[in-house]
Write a protein that binds this ligand. Sequence first.
Ligand code: NAI
Length: 794
Amino acid sequence: MSIVEKFMTMEYGPAPEDPREALAWLDRHGRRFGHFINGAWQAPAAGTYFDTADPSTGEKLATVAQGSIADIDAAVKAARAALPAWQALTPHARARYLYALARQVQKHSRWLAVLETLDNGKPIRESRDVDIPLVARHFYHHAGWAQLLQQEFPGYTACGVVGQIIPWNFPLLMLAWKIAPALATGNTVVLKPAEFTPLTALAFAHICQETGLPAGIVNIVTGDGSTGEALVKHPDVDKIAFTGSTEVGRAIRKATAQSHKKLSLELGGKSPFIIFEDADLDSAVEGLVDGIWFNQGQVCCAGSRLLMQESIADKLIGKIQDRMNTLRMGPPLDKAIDIGAIVARVQLERIQRLVDQGVAEGATCWQPSIPVPSRGLYFLPTLLSNVHPSSAVAQQEIFGPVLAAMTFRTPREAVELANNTVYGLAACVWSESINVSLHVAAQLKAGVVWVNCTNLFDAACGFGGYRESGYGREGGSEGLLEYLEPAWFKQAPPVHATPLAMDQPLEQPVDFAAPPIDRTVKLYIGGKQARPDSGYSLEVHGADGRLLGEAPLGNRKDIRNAVEAARKAEAWGKATAHNRAQVLYYVAENLSQRREEIAGRLSAVVGKKQAQAEVSLGIERIFSYAAWADKYDGAVHNPPFRNVALAMKEPIGTVGIVCPADAPLLGFLSLVMPAISTGNTAVAIPSEKYPLITGDLYQIFETSDLPGGVVNIVTGRTSELMKTLAEHDDVDAIWCFTDVAGAAAVKTLSVGNLKQVFTNEGRAIDWFDVRQGEGRWYLDHSVQVKNIWVPYGE
Ligand code: NAI
């Protein structure tokens, strides 16, 4: 065809990117790679290798090492040995290394993009224009954080040696999201890339060498799930950061439960793409193409559920089908290709299986008539309509180019449908009405909401999920917190290593009014005093053995009632921060009025001095969180697009709180107050040593305008109640500040709905020390950041 003829038809000619440089780099390594450990290439201890291939041709690209327990151990040892010197560097020196990595990525951007496309099958247009520029941006941004670390995070220190496991869909980008914040905060790293796509991680190892990054700071061990498992289980790893399937995320939560490893999980999604009748439909369709067909739909935040307002559904489906007919599927190195290859045969088969299941469950399947390459792993862009909201294709992550379409009538129905999923990673809202868009965005349970745009990412804006999409954020200042810990907490002794106040002899003489012997308290559920379902109670004794009173023996049913009451009270999270602050001040005021009486009773258990301190510091603590309530705000980010990203700090929801034994009043207030100050509702299990504090607390709450259900208190045997609370699917987070067994138990028991876990790791917290007992550390655990991206300008 002549150029003139081509011009007349406006058809694309082939525009292949040249892979020679990337292939030459593979050749220089003899197409065979060991692990990158302690700054050098090392053959695998077991001598085992596997192949990685180009999914668009099936041709083998290279052979890489299969990491064993011994390889992981060598890498962790290297990372541990490198840690002191890395941490001894000034923030500026670390910043310079990160800056050098960013520069080097940028210099090698084309080579990296080609290598990524060869290994993964994604269109070069995407790896060149999206993945690699974002990788560089991530290192630049975090070079800045390294520089500012001490000013911005005073009192925080690095976790230590970090194990990182990444998936195959954005291999180098996920590496950057993991390694940049880890290094900026002074950690050293062992990273395991996905088995289908190890090559750009190995290229990054090469870049680490080029920049002169000291040996052992970044170690790359290749291998499959068993290598990842060895990293997760290694006893000398301080933190695990994982991105991948929810199933493996759950397994990692369980595997780390008995350890003190900090954990962040970025898991799957089934993100809604909501189009209202007043949307600019052509823009929305373009957004949708990006939302579901970017990277062949192998994207954790893919807009895989299309929710259309009924009035425009037919018109929209027509527009989508027309656009699908113009998509170009073909060799990923062709610069004019929209849809490349699926990463591996197993993934292709999984997509087909789910689509077949969707059709069997009643969906209508439509695919465009576009050319499909004769070899390689390709799957046609697919539109499933008439999808029932409960069918597999509406609920399960397909991770392929498959869109499941449904309709709604009202904004309310749209929100209900959108939130009808166990996931909560991302969402798109298309409407020309800013009121509708932001009203809906605020109600969506998702870590990112794109208004009239889609798939925008930036290093300054946190990314991560609600619910079973995981916990923790990547990017932004909240992402850095995942790699930091308060320095005092890292050094805190185990709970029972220091004598607890209540284990010490009572100060004599006890000059307070003797507590009434027959004091009997009730449970506090939904703002009402409630008798326990069991009909039994527990005797509570003072430090000297005296019977102080009886507390209800709560059971599973009481916990369930309390959770239901807490759920019903969620309007608390929508109350104004000013309103929440006022209620908290009122609680402090009422505690203040009854200080002598409450301290008197408490002193029978903890001694007079501690009792008085608990009450007076308790009042202060409530004041602090009343103060924080309207100051612990979000942020507005200015990413390098014509958008603002509103980083909203939202309550997590219903939080189960297992209070520490040793400071019955102050410990309770130190955990429950931050949780409710940011809008959560709480189900608290008070100190088992002195559950009678419940009686004092509910009298205060009842007289302080605290809406019923915001705080619920169930007394009884802590370990039994904790189990029900940790397993309950309607509880969104569990906080446990008892002992090491409690911390391990809640981590294990909470895997069902992957609730967020916050514990003392069995370490002693000095509740009487304001630096340990209150502040941002608690507040940071009481919220999850939602980034709402809003475009502006023409
Ligand atoms: P996967 O979760 O098995 O793999 C992700 C990473 O975890 C890989 O590096 C893998 O080697 C490692 N891994 C596997 N088992 C492990 C274990 N027990 N302990 C530690 N590390 C382990 O995901 P896979 O099998 O590649 O894909 C299956 C499905 O998972 C996809 O169809 C998709 O639905 C979902 N997925 C979601 C991703 C996301 O970004 N949310 C990314 C990749 C997959």
